[in-house]
Ligand binder design. Structure first.
Ligand code: CP
Ligand code: NVA
Length: 298
């Protein structure tokens, strides 16, 4: 039985194969009966538009069915332990797609349950998003080697999954985060030990050098809303706008996992410009979810 809890839990070749498979599935508008007679529970402790809908649709394209659960309408909201939830749901459904807070929550569900668990975002990682972003880049470059990707923003779940991907895909990752909002050193050290080419700075301009793709994300992630004002101060100068992009490769493309806060981490003009590939990114979530599910259930 397989789980998909982080990019780092894959083997390097598996990660690349998954992206290539998603590309084929997209081209052929893939449908199958792989998940026929299977029901997957989507447990979402945080809001979602893209991840929820792309999984719900992707599971149906593979012949399966879904049940959507939140703490508000289940005993999770009344402190039923995850280890009990995992064991109970394992007797009803054939998989869990989980969006939660701590990475250890998802690990606990995987440990105590007897069915596959897929990470639909934790505070630590957002692996399905970054795997799909690997597809969005590959569609434009046909390679990941020598591609320069900049990250401008928080050292958050997205940043950590980008760092994990850097160990496998061979791109250069220029990561600019304000002091105090740097990525986790364990995540970074592991990628560097595995040959990841990651340059970390607190200067967004330095991260632009030669960048083919510039990525950003909200300054306050879900669960950090109370820190919004403090973060707006800390992230001053970290807005992806025309001035910053002028320092990147002339053909630079801009990426954002969405939802975006226009006028904070990205300007309205950039988000709506020809350089933005943000909605292609969102589309690719569907194709990547299907590839991930096929890998888990094959
Ligand atoms: N990018 C992303 O995960 O979006 P949602 O929060 O809408 O799922
Ligand atoms: N870093 C963001 C990503 C949302 C898709 C968050 O966790 O809220």
């Amino acid at each position: 039985m397989k789980h998909f809890l982080s990019i780092a839990s894959l083997k390097p070749t598996q990660a690349m194969d998954l992206v290539l498979r998603a590309k084929v599935m997209k081209q052929e508008n893939h449908r199958s009966s792989l998940l026929k007679d299977k029901v997957l529970a989507l447990i979402f402790e945080k809001a979602s538009t893209r991840t929820r809908v792309s999984f719900e649709v992707g599971i149906r394209h593979l012949g399966g069915q879904t049940i959507f659960m939140t703490p508000a309408d289940s005993q999770l909201g009344r402190s039923e332990p995850l280890k009990d939830t995992a064991r109970v749901l394992s007797r009803y459904v054939q998989g869990l797609v989980v969006r939660t807070f701590a990475q250890k929550n998802i690990e606990e569900l995987a440990r105590f349950g007897s069915i596959p668990v897929v990470n639909a975002l934790t505070d630590r990682y957002h692996p399905c998003q970054v795997m799909s972003d690997m597809l969005t880049i590959y569609e434009r470059t046909g390679t990941w080697s020598d591609v320069v990707i900049a990250w401008v923003g928080d050292g958050n779940n997205m940043a950590h999954s980008w760092i994990n991907a850097s160990a496998y895909f061979g791109f250069h990752l220029n990561m600019a985060c304000p002091e105090g909002y740097m990525p986790n050193t364990d995540v970074l050290d592991r990628a560097l030990r595995m040959g990841g080419k990651v340059f970390v700075t607190d200067d967004p301009k330095a991260a632009m050098a030669g960048a083919h793709f510039v990525n950003t994300d909200v300054w306050a992630s879900m669960g950090q809303e109370a820190e919004q004002k403090k973060r707006e101060q800390a992230f001053a100068g970290f807005c992806v706008n025309d001035e910053l992009l002028a320092l990147a490769d002339p053909e630079v493309k801009v990426m954002h996992c969405l939802p975006a806060h226009r006028g904070e981490e990205i300007s309205e003009a950039v988000l709506e410009s020809e350089r933005s590939i943000i909605f292609d990114q969102a589309e690719n979530r569907l194709h990547m979810q299907k590839a991930i599910l096929e890998w888990v259930y094959s």
